[in-house]
Write a protein that binds this ligand. Structure first.
Ligand code: SAH
Length: 219
């Protein structure tokens, strides 16, 4: 559990809301204490727009720039858990956005390769992660995630944080390692979207789970 030091408690205005969020996430994910602590250790106020900072530790999605959003902490944890994170595994993330999800994967000591299509968001995420000292196991690139990062493949994990309308781009499936796990929302904006979890076994994809969700589009 998060226990603020006396100094933090006096100086940090986010401590009460952070503690509240930590408690509610620990209740929601009783078996994933390490994951919850990793997420709560991230200063989410630095990943959102200044105007939204006072809401940084509410369990809700918040706007970042260019009409994009940072996912709700619950969803970030939920997706991360489905990804079956393990230290040292190579993970390809599509849609860096603010870098919040990226930062959690880095905290979990994964080797993260993350692509963002909007250049200013890519730059900001890079500065933010550098300032937090998280760039040593994170590789960011400005580019189209539908193409993936073939030079760095295969990846043991692939996480997509923007929804393709119809299907996971085939190039990404190709870049998943044998035995790897793919977590991706699929479906049209404003329509029925599902979070798909698939495992690659003998070159074929086995569906493990599909649940309704809502994400911004993969463009
Ligand atoms: N995981 C992010 C939020 C992602 S929002 C966070 O924690 O903040 C989805 C992101 O996907 C947006 O930043 C959007 O610009 C990006 N995106 C959409 N289409 C993309 C594409 N084809 N390639 C790379 N990134 C894309």
């Amino acid at each position: 559990m998060l226990v603020p030091s006396p100094v933090t408690a006096v100086d940090d205005p986010y401590v009460p809301s952070r503690m509240r969020l930590a408690e509610s996430l620990h209740r929601a994910f009783p078996l994933d204490g390490e994951l919850v602590d990793g997420l709560i250790s991230l200063p989410r106020e630095l990943f959102v727009e200044p105007a939204s900072r006072f809401r940084a530790y509410e369990d809700e999605a918040l706007p970042i720039r260019f009409g994009q959003s940072i996912s709700q902490p619950y969803i970030v944890l939920f997706m991360t858990r489905l990804l079956r994170p393990e230290a040292g595994l190579r993970v390809l993330e599509i849609g860096t956005g603010s870098g919040y999800q990226t930062a959690l994967l880095a905290k979990l000591k994964m080797e993260v390769f993350s692509l963002e299509i909007l250049e200013p968001l890519y730059r900001e995420a890079e500065n933010r992660l550098r300032a937090l000292g998280l760039l040593s196991n994170v590789h960011l690139r400005h580019g189209d995630g539908r193409i993936g990062w073939p030079e760095m493949s295969p990846f043991q994990r692939i996480l997509i944080t923007a929804a393709p309308e119809e299907r996971v781009p085939p190039a990404l499936r190709d870049q998943l390692a044998e035995g790897g796990v793919l977590v991706a929302p699929v479906g049209p904006q404003g329509g029925a979207q599902h979070l798909r979890v698939e495992e690659k076994i003998h070159g074929r994809f086995k569906k493990i789970l599909s649940i309704p969700v809502r994400f911004v589009p993969l463009v």
